[in-house]
Structure formats: C-alpha cells, structure tokens
Design a protein around this ligand. Structure first.
Ligand code: HEM
Length: 531
C-alpha cells in the first residue's frame, strides 16, 4: 500500500524541499537554542531570539491592508536609518542571516527573516509556528509605519489596523512580542534613563512565556513601556489596558497565551504583499524527502546517487523491533534490470539530527543512501522506494504519490554535474570545487557556461543581496570524451551555492537550473588538499 499524508509533497518541489530542510535540518537553531542571553557579546543582556522577533515585526509593519502593499518583504534592509528602527539588534540580526548563507534563488531574505521568527520563538521555549515559504524580497524601502512608544493609542490602533490586526490582536501581539528582550539604554535614553542598564528587559524571564502578562496584572512589571519614568512613552500600558485588561486576563492561561501567540505570529509572518503566494504551512517534517539524484558516468556505466529520509514511524514494525530494509526500485529494461524490474538495497544509513522543531515535536528520522548503476543507453525513467519491515507485512511503497520519482531524460541526462569526477578542493587561500560537466555531443561543436549564485553578501551593512557570477567552462583535458560525452570543467569558489548550467551542442541548447551545489558537494568523493 502507499502511505500518503498531509506531510508529503509531489517531488520535485525545490521550495518545499528547501523549507523543510531549513526548518528541520538547518543551521538556524544553533543561534537560538537554549534562549541564553548573550552576555559579554555585542548582544549583551538580550537574546538573539528577541532581536530576530523584533526584526520580523518591524519588517512586517510596512503592510497596508487597504491596498495590499508591503509586509514581510525584507524592505527593513532599506529602512534602518529611521528612528522607528533604531537598535543594533536590527543590523546584527540581518548579519546573522547573511552569515548563515541560507538564501537561495527561490528563498530570499524575507523568507529567512520569517524563518528566524519561528526559530526565535521555539528556541525560547514558545510554540511551534507553522512555516510557509515563498516571500519576495523588496528592492526599496516601504512606508514608515512601525509603531513608536511616544505615539498615542489612536495612532497605534490605526497602525495595527493597517497591518491587518484588530484591537484585541494588537494587545496580544504586543504581549507576545514583549515577552522577549527589552529596551536598549543607548538607543532609548529617554525611556531607559538609568545609564548603568544595558538592556532593560520587559519581564524577568528570557523565555517565551506569559510572565509579561502575569507581572503586568500583578503590578510587579518592570516593562519600561508600562512603568518607565516618561508617561508619553508608556505605550505598552496604554495598549494592554485599552480594553480594561480583558485580553491580558485571558492570556494569564499559559495555554491560551501559547495558542494565541502561535496564531498571531503565524499571521504576522504571513503578512505579505497581496501578489505574493506562500506555500501551504509546514507543521511537521515531511514523511519522506529524497536527495535530488546526482549522476556520474565512467567506463561506460551510469551511476545514480540518491537518499531517502524517512520518519521513524515507518521504520519499525509493530511485530518486532527489527530495522527495515530499504530498496530502491527501478523499472524493467536494459542490461541491468530484467523484465520484472530490479531493486537495489540501500548502501548505508545516516542518522538525521533534527533541529529544535523535530525534537520538540518528538520526530526522529533516518536517511538511507542509495548508489545504483543505471543503463547508459536506456538510462532510467523513474525510481521509487520500498520499506520492508521484515515481519511478513507488505512493504511500504514510497512512490511520490503513485507517479514514482521521474527523471527527465532530456535535458538532465544530457547535461549534468558529474558527482564522481567533481572535486572539493581545500587550499590555503580558499575552498573551491571543480565541476566536470558532462555534455552529450561532439566536443568540437560543444560549449558550456554556468552562473554561480552566491547567497553571502560581502557588504558590511545592509542591504545584503546575493550575487551571481558568470563562469566560463573549459574543455577538460584530463577527462577525454567518453561514451559520447564531452567534459567541461570550471574551478569555482564554494561560496557559490546554486548553479545554472547551459551547454550548446551545435544549435541545441541544454540547461539545468538551480543545481544545489551546497548539498551536492557532500557527495563528491574526491577531496583534494592543494597547497
Ligand atoms: C505599539 C507597538 C510597539 C511598540 C511601540 C514597540 C516598541 C519597542 C521598543 C522601543 C523596543 C526597544 C528596541 C531596542 O531597544 O532595541 C522594542 C523591543 C522589542 N519589541 Fe516592540 N514594540 C511594539 C510592538 C511589538 C510587536 C507587535 C512585537 C512582536 C510581535 C515586538 C517585538 C519586540 C521585541 C522582541 C523586542 C526586544 C528586542 C531586543 O531585545 O533586542 N514589538 N519594542
């Protein structure tokens, strides 16, 4: 039988695949896990989580429901000179995202900021906020509509209305935000007048919890936007008390606080210009994800490398504690597969280390690696997986919703990065790689080029925007033509994370888009240390 659920998707879907990877196997949680105040760092006495959450809110604040413009679109990168965005946390947060280098051609700074908010909340023990990807980065500043403490209640109600939030939402959203972090003395000297304080935190716990609410209702709050010396800047007091504390009372329940914040913060990060379409929310790791297949051709033989990450629920039998066998199925044909088709046992298993999300949700998974020989003339049309629980039950078939994982014959097998011949090079100066592109066709009439996308901006301050570099490919002399293939090579810095490849053979043009080099290099077998 075939298992299908809400948490599967039809492969290929690079955006969903990448969003799952960043959420469940990505690098963001290293910065927020444990929610520890960054004492003795430039983040003295606040948390990275607090900075990331404020950045997301302020970026979203440019939304206008009346005409559907603005929202979480990374326009904040162009708005940092405004008083409403003062605070070194803003620049530091954007530097974090730039440094993580997770931006992809289809996943920009806005998606990173939204993902940061989700990690920030979870890293400090808050709820899981379902994540959707697909935001589009703005290229210019939006309107100056971030609320400021000295504005009156009427102005705040109107600004939140423009952002899509009613008065009750406003009260709760401010409480959900101001459970983290605080007000920095150097940036707000009229609000935090005690110069011995660095960051005056809104409540006594760094955690994402409702202490902000209970301390406010018990009149023990230290929130300077409630009890600060300057009445004009007591904006939290005006907002929290605006409905006679009814909303704040309801948030005294930890569950209500958690659920309300999850809902409002999800709405906040999904507040985007009306022309932007976001993916369906991801609420758990996909049941199965595959590594995009990589190919190699040597000595007349095609090799395909892929892997299947599968959640543990499918790996244990109810009958026994035995581990499952995984096989990769291939259709009949050629000299490798008999008429009934053939299968290939997984070559090894890798543990999967989930981020705070997978851990908090109790999910575990393993990754099964496959290395299969495929017919060099008929090639491979599709593949699928079977999980055998070794207990007499029918195998679980993972076949991409029935269609199998289909390999487009043309152009992907006419032009590809040869995973076995490519090398990852470590040198004294820089890391690099050499790609051996295989292009089907006559060497004399073939030419190839590629564009490397680099997510990392070398700018010192925002805006941080990715760069693309065109690289010419040379005919490779050490890899002479073989089996009709011509080999091209380029030496490129590893900071390029995605490649667009083009090859021309006579009048025919082949292209491969968004080849994920950062993932592929881990499969390149040759590592060369050059001095
Ligand atoms: C009327 C609405 C609001 C006003 C006037 C306001 C004002 C402020 C101010 C002045 C700071 C100090 C910033 C610094 O010193 O770096 C701050 C911090 C913060 N705000 Fe708000 N805020 C509002 C709403 C929100 C909302 C809706 C959220 C998120 C849902 C939010 C999240 C945060 C966070 C997490 C911090 C701590 C930043 C850190 O510790 O680095 N705020 N807010």
């Amino acid at each position: 039988y075939t298992v299908q659920g809400l948490s599967t998707f039809q492969w290929p879907n690079q955006l969903l695949d990448y969003a799952d990877h960043q959420l469940y196997e990505g690098t963001m949680d290293g910065l927020v896990e444990g929610c520890t105040p960054r004492v003795n760092t430039p983040r003295d006495n606040t948390t990275i989580s607090a900075q990331w959450l404020r950045l997301a809110y302020n970026d979203m604040s440019t939304h206008n429901v009346d005409d559907g413009t603005g929202g979480l679109d990374a326009s904040i990168m162009y708005e940092l000179d405004r008083a409403q965005n003062v605070g070194e946390g803003m620049v530091q947060s954007l530097q974090d995202f730039n440094g993580l280098a997770i931006i992809a051609p289809f996943f920009g700074m806005a998606d990173s900021i939204a993902l940061g908010a989700v990690f920030a909340v979870k890293g400090c023990g808050g709820p899981v906020i379902p994540y959707s990807a697909g935001r589009i980065d703005a290229t210019a500043a939006g309107p100056p509509t971030v609320p400021q403490p000295q504005q009156n209640l009427t102005t705040h109600i109107e600004l939140f209305r423009q952002q899509g939030f009613n008065e009750t939402d406003m009260i709760a959203l401010v409480a959900c935000g101001h459970t983290l972090g605080g007000v920095r003395q150097v940036d707000f000297p009229l609000i935090v007048t005690d110069t011995s304080i660095d960051v005056d935190t809104f409540d006594t716990t760094p955690a994402f919890d409702n202490t902000i609410v209970s301390q406010y209702l018990q009149n023990t709050t230290q929130d300077v936007l409630v009890v600060g010396p300057n009445v004009t800047t007591q904006s939290d007091l005006r907002i929290f008390s605006s409905d006679g504390n009814v909303t704040m009372q309801s948030l005294l329940s930890a569950d209500t606080f958690s659920d309300t914040c999850a809902t409002l913060l999800q709405r906040m990060i999904n507040t985007v210009p009306s022309a932007v379409n976001l993916t369906d929310p991801i609420t758990e790791p996909f049941q199965y994800v595959i590594n995009d297949p990589l190919f190699s051709y040597q000595n007349g033989t095609f090799n395909m490398i892929t892997a299947l990450r599968v959640r543990k629920t499918y790996l244990y039998s109810s009958q026994c504690e035995c581990y499952s066998d995984l096989v990769m199925g291939r259709p009949a044909g050629g000299s490798f597969c008999p008429s009934t088709g053939c299968s290939k046992q997984s070559s090894s298993t890798q543990p999967v280390f989930f981020t705070v999300f997978g851990e908090a949700q109790g999910f575990t998974a393993s990754r099964y690696l496959f290395n299969a020989t495929i017919n060099s003339t008929s090639s491979i049309s599709k593949f699928w997986f079977e999980i055998n629980n070794n207990d007499g039950s029918d195998p679980v078939v993972v076949d991409n919703g029935g269609s199998g994982f289909v390999i487009e014959q043309d152009p992907s097998l006419s032009l590809f990065v040869d995973a076995m011949r490519s090398e990852l090079i470590f040198s004294e100066n820089s890391g690099g790689f050499i790609a051996f592109l295989k292009v089907l066709g006559d060497a004399a009439s073939a030419s190839a080029s590629m564009t490397a996308f680099s997510p990392f901006s070398t700018a010192i301050s925002p805006p941080f925007t990715p760069t693309t570099t065109s690289i010419n490919l040379e005919l490779d002399e050490t890899n002479p033509p073989e089996g009709g293939f011509t080999f091209f090579t380029a030496n490129s810095s590893i900071s390029g994370s995605f490649l667009d490849l083009t090859a021309n053979v006579g009048s025919t043009s082949f292209t491969v888009e968004n080849f994920n080099l950062a993932f592929a290099v881990s499969s390149f077998p040759s590592i060369v240390i050059s001095s």
